[in-house]
Design a protein around this ligand. Structure first.
Ligand code: PMV
Length: 324
């Protein structure tokens, strides 16, 4: 009754921002992301452990964090039915900074969902794992499978049709490159879950965001299908701007950008005029993720080094979350 799973984070090119159901983590709109290798989280779940224990990156998890993890475990216990699984031990470790706009929670909850289902002997259905991971963190639903995934918002009140599925495997476009520019690795002041709730409740632009983002998902799939970097890049940029615009429209306003973030994304737009083929996206944090392909990577790296950014993380499309 012990299993270990590895999962990669993902970066959304059409973002998820706002829940229609806070408890079940059901989004107002669909979203689309690319799974990121080589960075990953590895999680071991053991049922029938000597004592209940939850450890994240070498420290004991507490409060809300621990509660969210145990909630997933409770769901697994419920699905296991009358079988007694006993106390659980969860040990998780990631190889990249937490809460820095890189969705470590996505990889963490995806690895947890796959490991917990494995340890309890439940089926390896990616749909069931995506629904389970979603209960920990919405974006985790999109880290169960590799390549490009779409998280369907769903219609059902119980969340049974709100899961992510792969639309293209990582082998569809292996030349795609995603560089994370770490402007600050400090934990952000307003977590995504609080920021999005505040935006839903107070931003007058929120309804327009939902309508637009939903319509962008099929356009992003089409650009991915054609491997049209410029179309995908432009779409990713405008979607990131619109997510941040709706958050900035909240009361009081919510701004995740730092001066350095703006310097990079404005510099990028200028560099594009002299031929650089790269575009940005930005989660709820200050660290832009730059999108290019293998042929534009050298020039992008030179551009990024020139900005004096703290740290760069180079990613390629990653694979499925898996038991190891
Ligand atoms: O899954 P959460 O609660 O970490 O929210 C993620 C929200 C964004 O990263 C900003 C967008 C997204 O779709 O990943």
């Amino acid at each position: 009754m012990k299993a270990t799973a590895v999962a990669h984070p993902n970066i959304a090119l059409v973002k998820y921002w706002g829940k229609r159901d806070e408890a079940l983590i059901l989004p107002h709109q669909s979203s689309l992301s690319v799974t990121l290798a080589p960075i990953s989280v590895t999680t071991t779940v053991e049922f029938g452990a000597p004592e209940e224990r939850v450890e994240l990156n070498g420290r004991r998890a507490e409060g809300g964090e621990r509660a969210r993890i145990l909630r997933l475990i409770d769901e697994v216990r419920r699905e296991a039915g009358s079988r007694q699984l006993g106390p659980v031990a969860v040990v998780s470790r990631g190889d990249f900074p937490e809460a820095a706009g890189l969705a470590s929670s996505a990889a963490g909850f995806a690895a947890l969902a796959v490991a917990a289902r494995g340890a309890a002997g439940l089926s390896s259905s990616s749909r069931a794992a995506s629904i389970l991971a979603r209960l920990g963190s919405g974006s985790a639903a999109r880290s169960i499978q590799g390549g490009t995934c779409v998280w369907h918002r769903g219609q059902q009140a119980d969340g049974s049709d709100s899961f992510a599925e792969q639309v293209f495997p990582e082998a569809h476009w292996p030349e795609l490159r995603l560089w994370v520019a770490i402007v600050s690795s400090q934990e952000k002041k307003v977590k995504s879950r609080d920021g999005m709730r505040h935006t839903v409740e107070t931003s007058p632009y929120y309804a327009a965001w939902v309508k637009d983002a939903e319509a962008e998902v099929p356009r992003a799939v089409e650009a991915m299908q054609r491997k049209d970097l410029a179309a995908l890049g432009e779409l990713a940029e405008r979607n990131a701007w619109r997510m941040h615009a709706t958050a900035m429209g909240a009361a009081p306003p919510l701004c995740y950008l730092l001066p350095k973030t703006l310097e990079i994304i404005q510099g990028l737009a200028e560099a594009r005029e002299s031929g650089l083929r790269a575009w940005f996206t930005l989660d709820a944090g200050p660290n832009p993720v730059l999108l290019t392909d293998a042929s534009g990577e050298g020039e992008l790296e030179r551009f990024l080094r020139g900005t004096g950014v703290e740290k760069l993380v180079r990613c390629v499309p990653g694979g499925d979350a898996r038991l190891v």
